[in-house]
Design a protein around this ligand. Sequence first.
Ligand SMILES: [Zn+2]
Length: 364
Amino acid sequence: MKCRFRRLRRGFYATFLAFIGTHNAYAYVPETGHAPLTQLAVQGYQQCFDNQTLATPNVLNRLLQGNMAMDHGTGSFSDEDEAIPGAITLFHLITRITNWHFYRPQEQRPQEQRLSKQKNVEMSHKRLWKMAVDGFAKATTPHDKWLFLGALLHLNEDLSVPAHVVPVYHGPTTLVDRLGEFESITRYPQDSNITSGFWLTEKITDQIDQMRVDKTRLSGAIKQQLPAYCQALTTQPLATPNSIKNNLAKQTLAFIDQPIPHCKGVKWSRFWDDVPEQSSPPLPSQRYFKLYNSEKGFALFGLAGVVSDKNGKAGCTLKDNDKRYLDFVFQLHLAAVKADVALLYWAGEGLGQKISTRRHGATE
Ligand SMILES: [Zn+2]
C-alpha cells in the first residue's frame, strides 16, 4: 500500500517537475525580469566600486546562471557544478515544488514562524535563503560562490513584488491543490483574468511579474542615485543579507501603503490586501496569504478599470499601462537593484579583499 502510494507520488512529482520547468509563474519572469535587474545591479556595483574579482564578465554570467536556476533547475549545471556541496539541494526543481519564493517580514516573530509551513510545503523562501547563504559561505572558490550569490539575488529581487511580501499566492493552482489545503488561495479568482490555463496548466499570474524592466529609465536613476547610496554602504557597518532583504521587503510594503496619485486617497494596497474576511477558523494557508482583490469591476493591476476604496467609493479610473502603474513598478525595480548592489557589496567584502570606492568628480 505504502509502496503504491510512493509510486503515485513519484508520478505526480514527475508531472509537476515537467510543469514547473516550463510554466513557472511564481515571480518575475527570469529572462525579462530577474536578468535585467541583476545586470543593472552589477553595472551599478562596478560604477561604484573598484573590485577586480567582481569586474569580469564571467561573474555576471555566473550570477545569472544561479539566478535563473532558481526557477529553471539545474539543467545548465556542469558535472563540477553538481558536485559543489549544497548546490543540487538548493537548485533542483524537486526542491522548488515544496519551497516557494514568498516572504513576509513579520514571519521572523516567534509566534508567526510556523504559519508558512503546511505539510511538506514551505511557502516562505526561508529554507532556500538559508541554503543559499550557507552555500555561499562554504563554497571554496569565488566562481562557486557566485552561483549561490545568484540565488540570493533572485530571492531578494522577488521581494520587490508586492504579492511576494504581502504575500498573495500566484503560481500553479490545480497542481498546488494536490500538495495541501490550498484551495482557498487558488480557487477564489476563477472568473477574473488573473487565472489562465486549464487543469494542469492552470495558474494565477501576477501582472507585475510580467511587466518589462525599463532599463533606460533605471540606468539613468542608478547613475544619479548610486554614488551617494554606495558611499553610505562603505561608511555604515556592513549590512547582512538578512537585513538587506528585510529592508527591501519592508520598503515594498511601505510603497503599497502610499496613496495612488490623483485617486482620492485610495492606496495601492487595495490591489492585494484589503479583502473580505475569510472562513473561521482560517486554514493555515489563509493565515499566511492574503488575496488579490477580485471584487467585481475592480481593476487588475496594470490593466484598465476602476479603483475604489473599502466602502466601494470610486477613487479613480486607471488605463491599461497607466503612467501611475509604470511609475509604481519603476520604484519597485529601482529598490530591487539597490538592494542587489548591497548584496554584491556584502559578497565582495566577504572575500576579504580591499575594495576601494571609485572616485567621482574631477577625474571622471
Ligand atoms: Zn522567484
